[in-house]
Design a protein. Sequence first.
Length: 162
Amino acid sequence: MYSLRCTQRLLRHLPFVASASTPRTSTRLGDWYANALFVGSARLVLCTSELSLLSVIVPLKDAQRLPLRLRAAVGSLLVRLGIHEAAVTTELRAMDDIVVARTASPRVLGSMTEIAWHCRDMAADSGRLDLRAWETYLADMPMLSQDPCEPGIKAAALLGAT
């Protein structure tokens, strides 16, 4: 069980109502924060782990499928980062149950603003949307809003995969 903490901007595009109460998360990466990310004509959702700042990017279309897309993208990225299969499976099982809620951490939102800027910059530099390459780049990008550490390394440590 975890909370998908959506910005007000994103909630306008989703068929979900934000819950007033949020249960304690059972995922090792914590709750996931989500915000709309519009890059050119692409309508995307930037999702960032509260504890590691690991980020995935999924399409906004078919918004009711956002939780499934998030879960699949997290699993894919963790595998690409070399996280042990058992740790990935355990984390994805913990993501089976979800509560949609409003954001709560200004620190995570500030980091997401920086991450979104990098995504737009990568799109401008390459002229294309390569979401998996962006996620890999972001996993290796040092984030200074918490312990100065790359999100991929932090996620591996949280998952007990180091």
